[in-house]
Design a protein around this ligand. Structure first.
Ligand SMILES: [Zn+2]
Length: 374
């Protein structure tokens, strides 16, 4: 096990795309070229702090209650009709109040504001993949409206899921250029909502890293689905396009090659481990949820590449089966999750299937040998 040095960061209050250790790097730079970015990162870290105790304790604040308000104003779908999204995009106009002003509803034409329209389109692609591939009707599988707020905060360096909506900052302009440009980020945030309503993986330690992992898997799958990309030609990156050209990096994370997404003077090197032997034991980042997610991420990507074709059709299908199986406990660890993926593959495709072999092989390559429960 590797011990991380402890920068002065707080546990993340809500599943955010940029981990606190990365913001801390930017916040502490003394490079004058990044003065604005450092200040923006400091403010982003502070804004993320107030709710931290809820996530740290694994409890949900009241606004994250499972009970959903009744579906309002939404016509009941006619029998046999494919589910339709109900998107609502609001504009916080640089303030940190939610939800902000509603600026685009379902069916309305493009607003002309790039962030508004990117969020609208990204939510549409995410909805479509869950509906067409997994027959899931929105986050709660009951047609829940998809809500997002853009232009949140003053140069806010993050995007997060607050239990009700996806919230996107514009970035500081020096390191981050905004978070709606990457469809994998949008898919990642929405998948947190799906996890919250299915497996409810506790956002701490190994179960927290699995929570992050599930969001990275479905974030990557949404991007691949929207581009009709097969596993071999996919980038397997999360957040491609969110860095400015000044940053030496391709994205925030790589599922296939954890630890290689960036290597930059300001940001440092991507610290994600790619093998269970290098699991990072830390109190930071809710017990390393954005760090150790690299381990299951690589297992999934290796299995998907081994299987070839569209990753949502087999590996993704198995992961969705596991997420919705009712068998995961909130404190599920890596070994148990791996076991469940093998069980799900055996059940769907058969014990000697190439799917079961590829998934077992993916886990073995990262140091976890799955055993399907009897
Ligand atoms: Zn996340």
């Amino acid at each position: 096990m590797t011990r991380m040095p402890r920068p002065c960061t707080h546990p993340s209050p809500h599943p955010a795309i940029v981990p606190p250790y990365l913001l801390a790097r930017i916040a502490t730079t003394d490079d004058p070229a990044y003065a604005d970015a450092a200040e923006a990162a400091r403010r982003s870290l502070m804004r993320d702090a107030p709710l931290r105790e809820f996530r740290a304790e694994g409890e949900l604040p009241s606004f994250m209650a499972t009970e959903r308000p009744a579906r309002d104003e939404r016509p009941a779908a006619a029998p046999g009709m494919a589910p339709q999204p109900d998107r609502r995009i609001s504009d916080a106009e640089g303030a940190d109040r939610l939800p902000g002003r509603l600026v685009r509803r379902e069916g309305q034409p493009p607003s002309g504001d790039a962030a508004v329209d990117q969020a609208y389109d990204g939510l549409g692609d995410t909805f479509e993949m869950f509906a067409r591939v997994f027959a899931r009707d929105s986050i709660d599988d009951a047609g829940m409206p998809l809500e997002a707020t853009v232009h949140y905060g003053d140069r806010y360096d993050n995007a997060f899921w607050d239990g009700e909506r996806m919230v996107f900052g514009d970035g500081d302009g020096e390191v981050f250029r905004g978070f709606t440009q990457s469809i994998s980020v949008i898919g990642h945030e929405l998948a947190h909502g799906v996890t919250e309503r299915t497996a409810r993986l506790r956002y701490q330690g190994q179960s927290g890293a699995l929570n992050e992992h599930v969001s990275d898997v479905f974030g990557a799958l949404v991007e691949q689905y929207s581009m009709a990309q097969d596993a071999e030609s996919a980038t397997w990156l999360i957040g491609e396009g969110v860095f400015t050209d000044a940053v030496e990096g391709r994205a925030i994370r790589s599922l296939l090659e954890p630890g290689t997404a960036y290597d930059d003077d300001i940001l440092g090197k991507d610290p994600q481990p790619d093998h269970f032997d290098r699991y990072i034991d830390t109190d930071e980042d809710n017990g390393g949820v954005h760090l150790n997610s690299g381990i299951p991420n690589r297992a999934f990507a290796l299995a998907a590449v081994e299987l070839g074709g569209f990753a949502w059709e087999h590996a993704g299908r198995v992961w969705y089966d596991v997420l919705t199986s009712g068998r995961l406990k909130p404190d599920t660890d890596f070994q148990t999750f791996a076991n469940e993926t093998l069980r799900a593959a055996n059940e769907r495709y058969g014990r000697a299937s190439r799917e079961s072999r590829a998934i077992a092989g993916g886990w073995s390559a990262v140091g976890i040998d799955p055993v399907a429960p009897a």
